[in-house]
Design a binder for this molecule. Structure first.
Ligand SMILES: [Cu+2]
Length: 121
């Protein structure tokens, strides 16, 4: 009984630590932040009428991170879709190359200081 409680407490603590330092994206930092699922919009199918680019993104540990990366990309003029895959730490972006560049996308993902993106060729 008490052993079970200790193990549960340790699991709770380690999952809380995994999200430490994520700062501003994690409004729900206490409690179950790390178990938060990503919003459905982060995995929605991309528009197929524009080019796609792939980014590798480090620093994502939960659905809230995926949401933050998705929001950063979708906030750029010219980005029409972003599909975040937490498991592979990759993001596929649908974009208009006349309006937005890979450098801008990388800068947007990195802008809150918690994630780092790089282009995948
Ligand atoms: Cu997170």
């Amino acid at each position: 009984m008490s052993r079970f409680l200790i193990v549960s407490a340790l699991i709770g603590i380690s999952s809380a630590l995994a999200c430490e330092g994520e700062g501003e994206h994690a409004e729900a930092k206490s409690g179950s932040h790390c178990n938060m699922p990503a919003a459905e919009s982060t995995t929605a199918a991309l528009p197929s009428d524009v080019p796609h680019a792939k980014l590798a993104v480090t620093g994502m540990s939960c659905g809230s991170c995926a949401d933050a990366v998705h929001a950063a990309l979708m906030g750029l003029d010219g980005v029409t879709g972003a599909q975040v895959d937490l498991a592979t730490a990759q993001v596929e972006v649908a974009y208009d190359p006349k309006k937005v560049t890979m450098d801008k996308m990388i800068a947007a993902v990195g802008s809150n200081g918690h994630f780092k993106a790089s282009a995948i060729n």
